[in-house]
Design a binder for this molecule. Structure first.
Ligand SMILES: *[C@@H]1O[C@H](CO)[C@@H](O)[C@H](O)[C@H]1NC(C)=O
Ligand SMILES: *[C@@H]1O[C@H](CO)[C@@H](O)[C@H](O)[C@H]1NC(C)=O
Ligand SMILES: *[C@@H]1O[C@H](CO)[C@@H](O)[C@H](O)[C@H]1NC(C)=O
Length: 527
């Protein structure tokens, strides 16, 4: 068992799925020797209390404080540009190879069909799609629109065509690779079910993590030549980022940043949310007319349209896996320990460390309260519109209420759109994540409370679009929050100092790093 060492999303997801299935059977044990749940057993649901009261108290007073100290607004500069010398390569393709090396052409003859079955959540599947296009291109094969597996944690069965605009996808890539929505009838036997029920010669099961282009040429091309088709699964993270031809890397960029667009109804709902966030008048009416008095509209106008997206993944799975203490008291600690026991037999790497050690190393996800304190320290005042991109917060509204106190103008899908408007995405985790992704791409600033696939995907995409992203300095914050005697001014000084170089400055990709998180320089060209 290497589960507890890797903590890979997929493996955790798979196990969590198992857990969901087994839950009814395990339930009695969860209640321990008492056999029946006494109310106190559920006190993990009691309101988690703020943990940093001194800081919180000062943060709530910060309007007066900030007006005395000029930090400048933490918003991007007017023209928004930070890296004038880098340009997206696809802006320049028309200028004929201005970027060099874009000479990919459709192969004259396809080697056969490539199928992939992708697991993970939306953002992991997106990377898989980009890699699938690259792999098909490397082999001169025809790609079948990827099959998205049902995610065992989030239980979403949405298909590629339900999430992404499939015609746009095929059209944008038409000059580089041929893509089909379905296999021709002679191959109709090659289904997900076919591969699930036996050992099949056309199934490629052994692709190593970060396999090279040569691996595919040596191991998959022969299968294509014999059978005309190859189905690769598992396929997550199965193509290297090193030593690939520049045009294959650029093709990956093109898929990720250009070809993958969400279906119209997701974009429409996203636009609705963005318009309501950008136009304060909607909210002003909701708050009451007195809001319009005394030059308030003047202030609003200056800041009109700006909003911050806060991605907050703080579900029970993540809370338990981090093995950190989140202030919910003994009951919460027990509940999370029990969850670890059931899912990972207690073998979670982090649980070898004390909470203090974990915080010192920056290994604890920030709680809503902590991310609120961070934003306040960076200079965001209580008039900041905050959009919460979040699926499910462990502890619910009780855990979010402190954040809401700091940022009363906090919104989410539910507060901004009606039940009817949300009907098509409700209960579908991938579509909800897609809406949040879309809104995140329109925001002035994006910040995530925990590193993960969504964070990485947006860091990369926003860097590509030259948009600002704040990357929390987890180790620094862990240390600051451990010190219970720290004053606000000191906290704020340390936060500002520790985030100077974490506000969206372009970082060039190092060898082995993901091109989807670090699109420069491979996806850019020098202007
Ligand atoms: C793919 O096609 C290109 C150009 O037609 C050719 O040079 C290359 O050898 C082909 N590769 C494979 C694996 O068929
Ligand atoms: C922000 O704080 C100020 C001063 O504490 C207060 O007067 C104002 O009503 C607050 N704004 C919002 C939107 O809550
Ligand atoms: C905590 O902060 C106080 C006040 O800034 C400082 O004097 C003290 O050294 C810090 N303690 C630790 C353990 O870092």
């Amino acid at each position: 068992m290497k589960l507890y060492l890797s903590g890979s999303q997929t493996q955790r997801a798979a196990i969590a799925g198992l857990f969901v299935l087994l839950l009814p059977l395990l339930q009695p044990n969860l209640f321990g020797p008492l056999g029946r749940a006494s109310p106190s057993m559920f006190s993990e649901w009691n309101a988690p209390k703020p943990r940093h009261l001194t800081l919180l108290h000062s943060a709530l007073q910060r309007q007066t404080f900030n007006s005395r100290v000029d930090f400048g607004l933490p918003w991007p500069t007017k023209d928004g540009s930070r890296v004038p010398r880098l340009r997206k390569y696809h802006d320049r393709v028309a200028e004929k190879n201005a970027c060099g090396l874009f000479g990919l052409v459709l192969p004259e003859k396809s080697q056969g069909y490539i199928q992939v079955f992708l697991d993970g959540g939306l953002n992991q599947q997106k990377m898989g799609i980009c890699d699938a296009v690259a792999v098909a291109k490397i082999m001169n094969a025809t790609l079948v629109i990827p099959h998205l597996e049902v995610n065992p944690v989030w239980q979403d069965s949405s298909s590629f065509t339900e999430i992404f605009d499939v015609d746009h996808f095929i059209d944008v890539l038409r000059d580089e690779i041929s893509i089909v929505k379905e296999l021709p009838s002679e191959f109709s036997w090659s289904t997900r079910e076919y591969y699930a029920t036996g050992i099949r010669a056309t199934r490629i099961k052994t692709a190593p993590v970060h396999a090279s282009a040569n691996w595919y040429l040596e191991n998959v091309v022969p299968v294509l030549q014999s059978y005309g088709i190859a189905a690769i699964a598992p396929f997550s993270h199965r193509l290297t980022f090193e030593n690939l031809p520049a045009n294959i890397q650029r093709l990956r960029c093109k898929v990720n940043f250009q070809a993958l667009a969400f279906v119209p109804h997701i974009r429409a709902l996203g636009d609705t949310l963005v318009n309501r966030l950008r136009s304060p008048s909607n909210k002003i009416q909701a708050v009451g007319t007195e809001y319009l008095l005394e030059g308030r509209d003047q202030i609003e106008k200056q800041k009109a349209g700006k909003f911050v997206v806060l991605h907050l993944r703080f579900d029970k799975d993540m809370a338990a896996h981090s093995a950190c203490d989140f202030g919910g008291g003994k009951a919460e600690r027990l509940a999370l320990a029990k969850y670890r026991q059931v899912l990972w037999q207690g073998r979670v790497l982090n649980s070898q460390f004390t909470d203090e050690e974990l915080r010192n190393q920056g290994r604890c996800p920030l709680t809503p309260e902590e991310i609120g304190l961070l934003l306040a320290a960076l200079g965001f005042d209580n008039n900041t519109r905050l959009y919460l991109a979040s699926h499910k917060v462990y502890g619910g509204e009780a855990r979010i209420s402190t954040l809401r106190k700091l940022f009363p103008l906090m919104e989410d899908k539910k507060s901004l759109a009606s039940v009817e408007e949300r009907a098509k995405v409700e209960g579908k985790a991938s579509l909800l994540a897609a809406v949040d992704y879309y809104v995140s791409m329109q925001s002035n600033i994006f910040i995530s409370a925990s590193p993960g696939n969504m964070h990485n995907a947006l860091v990369g995409h926003r860097a590509y679009m030259n948009l600002k992203t704040i990357r929390p300095n987890m180790a620094l914050l862990g240390q600051l929050f451990l010190n219970k005697s720290m004053e606000w001014s000191e906290f704020q000084g340390a936060v500002i100092e520790g985030h100077k170089s974490r506000q969206g400055q372009i970082r060039l990709r190092k060898e082995k790093q993901s091109i989807y998180t670090y699109p420069a320089p491979n996806c850019m060209c020098q202007a």
